[in-house]
Design a protein around this ligand. Structure first.
Ligand SMILES: Cc1cc2nc3c(=O)[nH]c(=O)nc-3n(C[C@H](O)[C@H](O)[C@H](O)COP(=O)(O)OP(=O)(O)OC[C@H]3O[C@@H](n4cnc5c(N)ncnc54)[C@H](O)[C@@H]3O)c2cc1C
Length: 408
């Protein structure tokens, strides 16, 4: 395995680093100020500075880097990995500026892979242009949704339409008035085999019967700049049959296909978030003195810093190996590694950010440093896209199966 980045990746890394240094990091205080001032619907949209950054990124060709194939920048996972890591340094600003933010990325992947030409024209094109936003609605408050076969929302055929009834929550991005389209997962046939009951369907957010009720908070944050996390009720919502993605009963498989890239993108960005936390930790440790010596001279602080560096390097290697496997043997062949990074990365990065907070004292939990928000984002990724325990269960079962026949 070659550990070096290829020429195209190096060239994009150089340009992206410059874009971050010149445009994104200086925009962070402006972003915070605009967020503070936002009221009403503006509370649920990205502040104006993000639109300015989008225009700049697009003019520099730093756009849709996440999407392989003809519809996007055409990068492999291995090429995109170090770029996504860089965007993690400013996780609220850089991914939307580059049109590389979840959940739009996953939705664009689904439309590119499974959408009909008409669906792609209506929804993928404006998403690729950054003109609209989107959301993915699977989780339900009334059932344990980490087991997607539990989902109860009904999608029922009625003539040339499907009728949708159900309740969802934590639907990221859906509070945003610019969120035009929802990909909804529900059951078309509850009597079918367990993994063939579900389908996914496109529901314009302004369809009668779609009631976006409230934004769920995450440790007190409303995450309004990326459209919050909505509770949504679907009551007799009618959409044309042409809005179904793929075939009836294919929803579970589409959800699985979506999650591979989504998980690795999260892990790549998390590594960038850990790098940012480590940088802040080192700068602070050198700048503050307690009990007669700089914090940087304390053994325990040096241990935190050394451990953080070791963990980041380990995580990066595993993420790059996973990206390489996804490119060479496909997402299915990389299943164990995708789960491994989803288990390892949020937990390790959470610890690194937590130590950076500790080193900053009260400032660490305040709005003056990005650490508290980094911690909240990191912690939620031990739940979102599958809780740790679910990945561990599935990974362990696959390991156990290797030995089951020889032992019995
Ligand atoms: C910030 C944020 C954003 C989100 N965005 C979206 C979104 O855009 N769209 C969407 O559809 N959903 C979204 N979610 C929801 C997320 O995907 C779900 O919370 C997750 O799948 C878990 O489902 P649940 O909350 O119903 O937990 P449950 O299924 O009720 O599970 C609760 C806990 O039970 C334990 N558990 C479950 N299964 C096992 C097992 N097999 N072995 C051991 N322990 C187990 C785990 O500890 C788990 O955390 C988001 C969540 C958060 C926090």
């Amino acid at each position: 395995m070659d550990f070096g980045y290829d020429t195209r990746t190096e060239e994009l890394r150089t340009r992206l680093s410059a874009f971050l240094d010149q445009h994104v990091l200086p925009a962070e205080p402006v972003f915070e100020e605009q967020r503070e001032q936002a009221t009403g619907d503006d509370r649920w949209t990205a502040p104006p500075i993000v639109e300015q950054l989008k225009a700049e990124a697009r003019s520099q060709g730093l756009w849709n880097l996440f999407l392989p194939g003809e519809h996007g920048a055409g990068l492999t996972n291995l090429q995109y990995a170090p770029l996504a890591e860089l965007t993690g340094r400013s996780p609220h600003l850089a991914p939307p500026a580059l049109n590389c933010a979840a959940p739009d990325t996953g939705n664009m992947e689904v439309l590119a892979e499974f959408g009909t030409p008409a669906q792609r024209k209506e929804w993928l094109d404006p998403l690729l242009a950054g003109e609209i936003r989107s959301a993915f609605a699977m989780t339900e408050p009334d059932v344990a949704s980490s087991d997607a076969t539990n989902i109860e929302t009904r999608i029922e055929r009625d003539g040339d339409a499907y009728v949708i009834n159900g309740r969802k929550w934590f639907i990221s991005g859906a509070m945003n008035p610019k969120c035009a389209i929802l990909i909804v997962m529900g059951k078309t046939d509850p009597a079918a085999e367990r993994h063939r009951q579900q389908s996914q369907i496109l529901v314009p957010r302004d369809t009668p019967g779609v009631e976006v009720r409230r934004g769920m908070r995450v440790f007190g944050y409303d995450d309004g700049d990326h459209g919050g996390h909505a509770e949504i009720v679907f009551r007799d919502v009618r959409v044309p049959v042409g809005n179904l993605i793929g075939e009836e009963g294919g929803g579970f498989a589409i959800a699985q296909a979506r999650l591979g890239p989504g998980r690795i993108h999260h892990c790549m960005r998390l590594i960038g978030m850990a790098e940012r936390a480590l940088e802040l930790m080192c700068r602070r440790a050198g700048a503050r003195t307690a009990f007669g010596k700089p914090l940087a001279a304390q053994g325990v602080v040096q241990e935190w810093i050394a451990e953080a560096r070791v963990e980041i390097e380990q995580l990066r290697l595993l993420v790059l190996k996973t990206a390489w496997l996804m490119d060479t043997v496909g997402n299915q062949g990389a299943h164990t590694e995708i789960q491994a990074i989803k288990i390892a990365t949020p937990a390790a990065v959470q610890k690194i950010v937590d130590r950076a907070i500790q080193l900053h004292g009260a400032g660490g939990v305040s709005q003056d440093f990005p650490l508290a928000q980094l911690w909240a984002a990191t912690r939620t990724l031990r739940l979102a896209d599958g809780p740790d325990e679910v990945h561990k269960r599935s990974l362990a079962r696959r390991e156990l199966r290797k030995y089951a026949s020889s032992d019995s």
